[in-house]
Design a protein around this ligand. Structure first.
Ligand SMILES: [Zn+2]
Length: 496
């Protein structure tokens, strides 16, 4: 049974705050109602209207996105589109292709349905909207018309859901089941009966966990883990991300192999869709890995106003920092840290078509993603060693993150990412050769000098690099290894 429609006066009192906010905003205002019926929950009804006249740009066009993170033909899920004029009267329209309509006049309101059946490609469950039985994820980017996702627009989203369904979101709830967003393209709603919500203690910052399904770890384990990782990153960046955030952890909606997972951090929403592991220790370890990577993205890239292809920095460098944080929080042994970096170095060295990091970032979606990740991670490690060595342990790769974050947070104006980041690198003269040879250049990474200064060597007799800590270490090598977390495990054992 779905809830009865709300009476008119309720709708009216909700309009008032929206209009007040709207008068202060640059863009236009859109009001959308999303209705889900208990007897056919995957067929979702949408009704929207513009609250301040036709769209400023292309007022007769009505269109949706077609692809998202590798999922194609998304507009094929849309049916029964009905467009109305600004006077509320029905209008004829021409369907150009799936998800593209042209009305005979300026559009004032609309209705349509979308079939949110679980996507066939299982990994898509972390990137596009779906509903399965009593649970679903709504990502507005693939279910609202593009005209309702314009950045400056204020969009009100009201939900009419089956009995017992709840909504978890980072967006502002103004009254029960009604939310306001000024960034609909990045808004995510976790809906259904079996999401359990928990507040994660993180000072003034409002961080929430929405979790569904049964796991080998408890909800408390997940919340404590997210709290610890968040606190660690806050130390690196020196401040919180801009606004509240939600971390959602759920099972795949369709059966999958043990061990597979997919995650995404969109706006202020971390979505981890996963299967469990056979044993609790593995299950906890993997959750830690997922959260270490994704939570970092709340600051970088999602917390900065930078544009362009700079995946080498926000993915490659993130992988490195996430690994280093794993050592710092005693989740990863130092040997495994070195082993992962060795493997990344081997991947980069074996590329026949050599690419600079800047070039690899431009081609990430056409096969260069391994290079972005592997080369980016090794370059981050080399930068970290250089900064630690030149500053006698006072600076690290964390200083690069902090400067980039603090120099480009909204409301700072948008800037080109690669120009901005290379400017930060340029303030550390020791990094000039790294930028020239590896970020802008496509040379193989020669790290012998830095490794030696750090007391790390490549195992002799191997053509591929297998890193290990030297048996005899000088005082400065010991100090540097300590900064990388080499002695963490021992410190922990001494404490306990
Ligand atoms: Zn990532």
């Amino acid at each position: 049974m779905s809830k009865p429609r709300k009476p008119f006066y309720f709708v009216f009192i909700v309009f008032l705050p929206i209009l007040q906010i709207f008068t202060n905003a640059q863009g236009q205002a859109v009001d959308t109602t999303i209705t889900i019926n208990a007897n056919s929950p995957t067929i979702v009804n949408f009704a929207g209207r513009r609250m301040d006249g036709p769209a400023k740009a292309n007022p007769r066009n009505f269109s949706f996105i077609h692809t998202e993170a590798g999922s194609e033909n998304l507009a094929r899920r849309i049916s029964e589109v009905k467009l109305f004029g600004t006077d509320g009267k029905g209008m004829a329209d021409r369907k150009l292709v799936d998800g593209e309509y042209l009305a005979e006049g300026d559009i004032g309101s609309w209705r349509y349905k979308i079939d949110l059946e679980v996507p066939n490609e299982k990994n898509a469950a972390a990137h596009i909207s779906w509903i399965s039985n009593d649970r679903g994820i709504l990502m507005l980017s693939d279910i609202l018309p593009l005209a309702a996702q314009v950045k400056e627009n204020i969009t009100a989203i009201r939900f009419e859901l089956p009995q017992g369904w709840k909504i978890h979101s980072s967006e502002t709830m103004i009254v029960q089941d009604v939310f306001l967003t000024s960034d609909a393209g990045n808004a995510v709603f976790y809906i259904g009966k079996d999401w359990r919500e928990r507040k994660i203690s993180s000072g003034k910052f409002d961080l929430r966990l929405a979790i569904s399904g049964e796991w080998l770890f408890s909800d408390e384990d997940a919340a404590a883990m997210a709290q610890e990782i968040f606190a660690e990153y806050r130390k690196i960046f020196g401040s919180d991300p801009a606004a509240n955030a939600t971390i959602a952890i759920g099972k795949f909606p369709a059966a999958t192999n043990s061990g597979s997972w997919e995650a995404e951090t969109r706006g202020r929403n971390v979505t981890v869709i996963s299967s469990d592991m056979p044993f609790k220790t593995q299950s906890l370890q993997r959750l830690h890995e997922q959260l270490r990577h994704e939570i970092f993205h709340l600051w970088l890239p999602n917390g900065v106003n930078l544009s362009g292809n700079y995946d080498w920095f926000y993915e490659g460098f993130t992988l490195y920092q996430s690994l280093k944080t794993g050592v710092a929080l005693n989740q990863i042994r130092f040997e495994d840290f070195l082993d992962t970096i060795s493997r990344a170095h081997n991947i980069d060295s074996s590329q026949t078509r050599r690419m600079s990091l800047i070039e690899a970032s431009q081609n990430r979606w056409i096969g260069a993603d391994t290079q972005v990740y592997a080369r980016g991670m090794v370059v981050a490690f080399v930068c970290d060693l250089m900064l630690l060595q030149s500053s006698k342990g006072k600076m690290s790769v964390g200083d690069l993150f902090r400067t980039v974050y603090n120099s480009h947070r909204p409301p700072d104006p948008a800037a080109d990412a690669n120009t901005a980041i290379l400017k930060v690198f340029a303030s550390h003269p020791h990094l000039a050769s790294v930028v020239e040879n590896y970020v802008k250049g496509s040379q193989k990474i020669d790290w012998r000098v830095q490794l030696d200064l750090a007391g790390i060597e490549s195992e002799p007799g191997n053509t591929r690099s297998i890193l290990r800590v030297k048996t005899k270490l000088s005082g400065s090598q010991k100090a540097l290894l300590d900064k990388l977390g080499y002695n963490n495990w021992r410190k922990l054992t001494r404490k306990s």
